[in-house]
Design a binder for this molecule. Structure first.
Ligand SMILES: NC(=O)C1=CN([C@@H]2O[C@H](COP(=O)(O)OP(=O)(O)OC[C@H]3O[C@@H](n4cnc5c(N)ncnc54)[C@H](OP(=O)(O)O)[C@@H]3O)[C@@H](O)[C@H]2O)C=CC1
Ligand SMILES: O=C1OC[C@@H](O)[C@H](O)[C@H]1O
Length: 407
């Protein structure tokens, strides 16, 4: 790190405010832009670390060599000056070693006791839990008992009772626990919320939201396994509930109908589902989600679908590609006269939804006020309505964890 030089340039942002861009001149690949109010604190931490003074960055450990881990944590961590990923644990020693090597993670725990060994590593401050849904509760509880903050993948658990217990324990232990609904932290989502909150499309009467892919990975994907908390509404429907609740600032009051698509190949699993839910004030929401969108005219593969459309008394808003706005998105507002306006809000260059999420999560751990935050109650309510959708679907509940946490 010796001889690193920095240059600062001030950038004018289209929606007000200035960003300071720091460039590590010897490392052109590592480029980050920092929010003005964080500049001094983050830069100070960065410099202290560089000169090997006091502040340790937060040291993350990952449970399971999950496919999503590089996208959701490893890559975002590279541009976060206060985060290092120091450990990976996998049930398989070779997988742990390969993951560590590929992603430059210094410690690899492998074998049947690997997850617990990572939790007992005193150098790990924070645990990222991207295990299959059915294991979220057990390993989050164990991580909290071990005194670690937890970034927990969505959906938070199998039942709202599990979610409630996890957040209660986090609170009791003074630890930060967050469900990784990354989409919420991106400026595009925040812009949509601001438009809706400002009443630009009037009072919301109807929401149409969809998340589906032509074919999710392989047949042995955990999404198809009931014992691991699989199911399309668990995996993708939870986003639709979450974004609808977030954008409308309202929680459902009833499940009107649910129609799951099933296959004898995957007992108890919805490979897709449509659902209609009631909200206060007569608002309704229609959700549609699919692991395998059927081809159009039986042979033309469908494009992935990922949108929320909010219809209000004075117009409507369509937010397209809400889970990955950093890759592409559009926010289209149609007013009551039929005039159409499209906006985009890409935020900081190179920052994905996951990078924004990491920023907020770390801010929270460090005692700063994140730009956006949502607490355990939000996750509990979301889980409650995922459960209710399954009850109404006829498929019944996903099997809850059998793990019994120590008193
Ligand atoms: N935020 C996002 O954008 C995304 C979030 N997710 C969420 O991340 C989580 C993981 O997703 P998923 O698709 O399952 O990821 P993976 O299929 O990659 O599985 C995650 C890891 O769980 C570990 N594992 C532990 N026990 C089991 C078991 N009995 N069977 C299978 N794997 C096991 C494995 O690690 P090992 O064998 O190395 O120990 C595996 O790599 C889910 O909660 C999902 O909802 C998923 C995709 C995107
Ligand atoms: O979180 C997710 O986002 C994208 C989906 O394709 C994936 O199945 C899901 O787990």
């Amino acid at each position: 790190m010796t001889g690193l030089l920095y240059c600062r340039e001030r950038l004018d942002r289209p929606h007000g405010g200035n960003w300071i861009r720091f460039k590590l001149l010897k490392s052109p690949a590592c480029k980050c832009q920092l929010r003005p109010h964080l500049n001094s604190a983050v830069m100070a931490a960065f410099l202290r670390r560089m000169y090997k003074l006091t502040d340790q960055p937060l040291r993350f450990g990952i449970l399971g060599a999950a496919i999503v881990a590089p996208l959701a944590l490893i890559l975002p961590a590279k541009t976060h000056p206060d985060v290092v990923v120091i450990a990976i644990a996998s049930r398989d020693q070779v997988r742990a070693g390969n993951f560590a090597k590929r992603h430059g993670v210094p410690r690899a725990y492998g074998g049947p006791e690997a997850y617990q060994a990572l939790l007992e590593d005193p150098d790990v401050d924070v645990v990222y839990n991207p295990l299959p849904n059915g294991l979220h509760y057990e390993w989050t509880m164990k991580a909290l008992v071990a005194g670690k903050h937890v970034l927990l993948e969505k959906p938070s658990a199998i039942t709202s009772d599990e979610t409630r217990r996890m957040f209660a324990l986090a609170e009791k232990k003074g630890l930060v626990l967050m469900e990784a609904f990354h989409y919420r932290f991106h400026p595009a989502a925040r812009r949509v919320k601001a438009i809706v909150d400002a009443g630009k499309i009037g009072k919301i009467q109807y929401v149409d939201a969809s998340l589906g892919v032509p074919r999710i990975a392989s047949d042995d994907n955990n999404g198809y396994k009931l014992n691991l908390g699989g199911g399309c509404f668990m995996d993708m429907g939870c986003y639709l509930l979450s974004i609808t609740r977030y954008m409308t600032s309202a929680d459902p009051t009833d499940v009107i109908s649910v129609n799951p698509t099933t296959s004898p190949k995957y007992p108890g699993i919805d490979i897709g589902a449509t659902a209609e839910l009631a909200f206060p004030g007569g608002m309704t929401a229609s959700f549609s989600t699919h692991f395998r969108l059927p081809p159009s005219f039986c042979f033309i593969p469908q494009m992935p679908k990922a949108f929320i459309r909010l219809i209000g008394t004075q117009g409507e808003l369509m937010y397209n590609v809400f889970p990955a706005p950093h890759a592409y998105h559009s926010i289209t507002i149609t007013n009551s006269e039929g005039k159409i306006r499209t906006e985009k809000e890409y935020g900081i260059e190179g920052w994905s939804t996951y990078r924004y999420q990491l920023e907020a999560f770390v801010d929270r751990i460090r005692g700063r006020t994140p730009d956006h935050w949502f607490d355990g109650t939000d996750s509990i309510v979301n889980m409650e309505w995922v459960e209710r959708v399954y009850e109404a679907s006829g498929l019944g509940p996903r099997p809850a964890s059998t793990y019994v946490a120590p008193e």
